[in-house]
Design a protein around this ligand. Structure first.
Ligand code: ADP
Length: 294
């Protein structure tokens, strides 16, 4: 290169440091609730960022990459059409279920995804066993099902608000664990998330809903009553997680006061499970060399 070459005037570019690859399995293992152990939810800092020492910007950057991986996973899962994934989201009100669905699972093709919100059971729901309405919404082969609330309400709100006697809700832990085991055995990967916000963060989010006219519709007076039973809900979550976190269908307690950390954590865990599943495109060797006729 001659000294006049403009390129030589530039200082040599230092090579980009290779991006550190996150060990998704190790991260998920760190976050997973151990089967049969009562989680100490109070000791999980809702504003914490375990396993991540970057800031919001870095989290959003990693999320963008994970979203590409999630999209690729879903395409392969659908092409393969042999297995499915079920993602269960539970949280206190304003805990961020809707935001997680938008920001993380928005990566999926809507055609391969089914989001189901479970509200107050209908008369028909109540005339059946509690899993009846749930089972109808589990994903078919090739698809991803996302539950915005779930059968866990039947051991959470039902327990805390005393909607059924203990003799009814207590046996449900075992029923749930066995039912989920059946799903897993038939080829569904089950991942369950408790988005864990602090009472103070919930207060801030509720206040925002009231202060912003465009968010007011989200506020329900009933949510304030639920808020009064925070401790009872934490106890109910702890027992549900203890009794139903299994190797096949684990629970993850996600610190969720920082939305950017919450999204990153959920995306990492789902992407890790996706890597493990490793669906493949069908090879179709019979098509090799085939030319489309005129
Ligand atoms: P979200 O609050 O998740 O945005 P909704 O406004 O539709 O959705 O509220 C759902 C409501 O339905 C919650 O108050 C929840 O406690 C209630 N719910 C869900 N499942 C059950 C159940 N099995 N029994 C009683 N109430 C339930």
């Amino acid at each position: 290169m001659s000294p006049k070459d403009p390129k030589s005037a530039k200082s040599p570019k230092s090579p980009k440091p290779p991006r550190e690859k996150v060990d998704l399995d190790a991260y998920a293992a760190q976050m997973r609730a151990a089967p049969g152990v009562r989680p100490d939810i109070a000791s999980v800092d809702p504003a914490g960022t375990p396993g991540f020492d970057g800031d919001k910007k870095a989290a959003r950057k990693e999320l963008r990459k994970l979203r590409r991986d999630l999209f690729s996973f879903q395409t392969r899962l659908w092409a393969e059409r042999k297995r499915s994934m079920l993602i269960v989201l539970q949280a206190m009100d304003a805990g961020g279920k809707d935001g997680t669905i938008r920001k993380v699972f928005g990566a999926f093709d809507p055609q391969g995804t089914e989001v189901t919100g479970f509200g107050v059971p209908t008369e028909a729901d109540l005339a059946h066993d509690f899993l009846w309405r749930i089972h109808q919404r589990t994903p078919r082969d090739g698809r991803i099902g996302i539950f915005n609330r779930s059968h866990y309400e039947d051991v959470l709100v039902v327990r805390v608000a005393d909607l059924a006697p203990e003799s009814v809700w207590r046996p449900r832990y075992q029923a749930i664990a066995e039912w989920e085991r059946g799903l897993v055995e038939e080829g569904t990967t089950v991942l369950k998330f408790m988005l864990h916000i602090s009472r103070e963060e919930q207060q801030r989010r509720f206040q925002k809903r009231i202060d912003r006219p465009s968010k007011r519709w989200k506020f329900s007076e009933g949510d304030l009553a639920v808020r009064q039973h925070w401790g009872d809900y934490m106890d109910a979550y702890a027992e549900a997680i203890e009794r139903t976190s299994t190797d096949g269908a684990p629970w993850y307690v996600i610190p969720a006061d920082h939305k950017w950390y919450r999204d990153l954590a959920v995306a990492r865990i789902v992407a890790g499970a996706a890597e493990q599943m490793h669906p493949r495109y069908p090879k179709r060797p019979e098509l090799a060399g085939f030319v489309i006729p005129d």
